[in-house]
Design a protein around this ligand. Sequence first.
Ligand SMILES: Cc1ncc(COP(=O)(O)O)c(C=O)c1O
Length: 381
Amino acid sequence: MKLFDVYPLYDIEPVKGFGTYVYDASGNRYLDLYGGHAVISIGHAHPTYVEAISRQVSQLGFYSNSVKNRLQQELADRLGDLSGLNDYQLFLINSGAEANENALKLASFHNDRTAVLALHKGFHGRTSAAVRATDNLKIQAPINRGVEVTYADLDDLDAIRALLHTHKYTAFIAEAIQGIGGIHIADGEALLQVRQWCRETDTVFISDEIQCGYGRSGRFFAFQEIPDLEPDIVTVAKGMGNGFPIGGVLIHPRFKAWHGMLGTTFGGSHLACAAGIAVLQVMEKEKLIDKAGQLGTYLMDALKDNAGLVDVRGRGLMIGIELDSPVAALRKTLLFEKHIFTGSSSDPNVIRILPPLTIQKVQLNEFVQVFTELLSTTPAL
Ligand SMILES: Cc1ncc(COP(=O)(O)O)c(C=O)c1O
């Protein structure tokens, strides 16, 4: 059987990883500034993580959501403590798209509406309502277009106010820092204003923290940079499992569950919870959230001295480097010649830096040196 050929692949095959590095079969070492798409939070093969998953799979990897699973409550407690959202309720699933899909369903159950208000350049996943809320018509199949979505600009607050006050939107969904869109930090005042209008119109405010959350921005959630912003629903995935598929929907206490309202076979399995608990333990013990904030500022300051950059922006270890021309060739050189993984974005001129939160200063320095050299020696990138 052939693989369904939907991914343009680099001719590289990592076969193992440790910390901030991955290795191919010939033993070549690659610095991972991409984190496997913002997924690797506590580093590849972290010993605490390996031990926790190995122990759990040798006992019980999976049983269904029809029985008690105390690991789910332990994960919820730890997540509540570390994020400060202790009074929220947790629903566990397997991916980011599923997190947003369930968040949108919850909103619709809550206010009995069907339209969604989303932002231009946002990305929310590939499932039906989530992909429809994603501002990219190319990846929406006709079947997805059944959900009515309006895309707005956060700097056009008049339009957003008018739209919300039609009372037809079930939810407003946004990333506090847009990832795939090219690392754009949402304006805090604008989000607070939209939050207020959502309250007035009973529109559910969903903060998609799938890429910018879980410590990456230097706070547990990127929206927490905005004082007093209180989303109704927060969605998480990616860094939550450090590569083990797990996602979560964090739900404000005013939303009441009823049996059968949401459900999943695999979500919240014993193995997924063991992975999720290990991630939170390591994040807390190694103070990775504070470190992400400090190292991000350090890296952005170091890069800003480079001539030829249009912009360096972001928070913590979620950084966009914008050039005045497409970055594809530069990223290839970084990967194939310098053995450094970086991320692309939907903006062809922006490189995304999304390393494991365990990265060290010395590795960032290594990148800055290589990057500076390449910028100064490569004509017309
Ligand atoms: C902000 C955001 N939301 C949702 C998703 C979808 O997550 P997944 O690919 O796990 O379904 C992504 C994935 O890149 C994302 O960056």
